[in-house]
Ligand binder design. Structure first.
Ligand SMILES: Cc1cc2nc3c(=O)[nH]c(=O)nc-3n(C[C@H](O)[C@H](O)[C@H](O)COP(=O)(O)OP(=O)(O)OC[C@H]3O[C@@H](n4cnc5c(N)ncnc54)[C@H](O)[C@@H]3O)c2cc1C
Length: 356
């Protein structure tokens, strides 16, 4: 069996995997990025990168790539969360950048890939983890071969494909699920920013403008709850949103796409790094999209992961991987406490509304 050696083997072509590949390439660290050909349904979600992440992408020399992949700059958002007053969260006073970016994710992935030397990507139909040899067996259209490395990286997002093969479990902190669909763009006189969030009994929703003609609406609820069952069917959305102050005004009779279901819960891998592997982005710690920090987390973990890998290769010790793991665990702890605060506000408000 042919086998190829490299310092690092990354699995997963998401923002985390691609950013790590770009950063390792700049450091001159030999690596391959394993990309599995997948028939995946892709829907543009008009995801937002908050202003707080721009300093980091500037520091990493990635600002130009991100800005040129933006649908538009965002200068704030509106929300109805725990109050009947619309809040205007304006980015005007944010420093050093007073705007966020609404991203065209597919364009961003293409641009990040465009930064890489072409030999870095290994396209395959499938791959397997060979525990006895601690290597990845790749099954490509032309041949089958083994990829051996000093460090293996799981950047497969919530799928945690490598972690599962290593037998590493996760702790799931909630069961939130998302339902997204494209709608004809409706403009609301009270909403001037391109992002609006509103909580309602049993769930919450967000509208984000994608382009001049399209809004993306995503509704969130606990998996298996009566609301989540209704969210699967677009024709039930008007009833579901009938008690909302603003959100229902964004519904249109005509739907631009079918409803896409995705996981949106908070998950932390039980182990984030081992002696010869580490996890990045959603594979390591996955956030509720309410935080708007999933993409920033993908970039941050790629950055910290690249530093840890460099140290590990230079010293031939796995100490830096342990430090990386602890850092992420602390971030996840802070995230959980913040999320709890937001949902406490949500619960006390929606229960008051219900009793009125
Ligand atoms: C509805 C919704 C709205 C969101 N909105 C926002 C937002 O506004 N702002 C924000 O910052 N974040 C948002 N997020 C979160 C954000 O999209 C993610 O946190 C981020 O994209 C994670 O990046 P990643 O690279 O870690 O994982 P992913 O983007 O999931 O990438 C993983 C990659 O691995 C590949 N892969 C999977 N399995 C395998 C396998 N077996 N072999 C090889 N490759 C594999 C996948 O095809 C994919 O290319 C949202 C998420 C959802 C669900």
């Amino acid at each position: 069996m042919a086998s190829i050696h490299s310092d690092v083997i990354i699995v997963g072509r998401g923002i985390a995997g691609l950013c790590l590949s770009v950063l390792l390439q700049r450091k001159g660290i030999e690596h391959f990025l394993v990309v599995r050909e997948m028939q995946q349904k892709v829907m543009a979600l008009a995801e937002t990168l908050p202003p707080s992440a721009l300093a980091m992408i500037q520091q990493l020399g990635l600002r130009e790539v991100f800005e040129s992949s933006a649908l538009e700059k965002t200068f704030g958002y509106h929300s109805l969360w725990g109050s009947s007053q619309i809040q205007d969260i304006n980015f005007y006073f944010q420093h050093p950048y007073n705007y966020g970016l609404k991203l065209d994710k597919q364009l961003l992935l293409g641009k990040l890939e465009g930064c890489l030397d072409s030999h870095r990507t290994v396209q395959c139909k499938d791959w397997y983890w060979k525990e006895e040899d601690r290597c990845i067996r790749v099954n490509s259209a032309e041949k089958v071969f083994d990829l051996r490395g000093r460090v293996f990286v799981d950047a497969t997002g919530r799928k945690q494909a490598l972690l599962r093969k290593l037998g590493i479990g996760s702790t799931v902190h909630d069961q939130q699920i998302a339902f997204s669909c494209h709608l004809p763009r409706i403009r609301h006189p009270k909403i001037k920013h391109g992002v609006f969030t509103e909580a309602f009994k049993g769930g919450w929703g967000i509208v984000s403008s994608l382009d001049q003609r399209t809004n993306v609406m995503t509704l969130y609820a606990e998996k298996g709850s009566p609301q989540s069952l209704k969210m699967r069917e677009f024709h039930l959305w008007p009833t579901l949103l009938s008690s909302t102050q603003i959100l229902q005004a964004f519904l249109a009779a005509e739907v631009g796409s079918s409803v896409l279901v995705s996981a949106a819960n908070s998950i932390c891998s039980n182990e984030i790094a081992g002696s010869d592997w580490l996890a990045l982005g959603d594979a390591a710690i996955a956030f509720d999209p309410l935080s708007s920090h999933g993409i920033a987390n993908a970039v941050y973990t790629a950055w910290q992961g690249a530093e840890a890998i460099e140290e590990c290769l230079g010293s031939d010790s796995d100490l830096a991987l342990g430090v990386y793991s602890e850092k992420l665990r602390k971030i996840f702890g802070t995230y959980l406490a913040t999320r709890q605060r937001f949902y406490n506000i949500y619960s006390s408000y929606t229960s008051t509304q219900h009793s009125m």
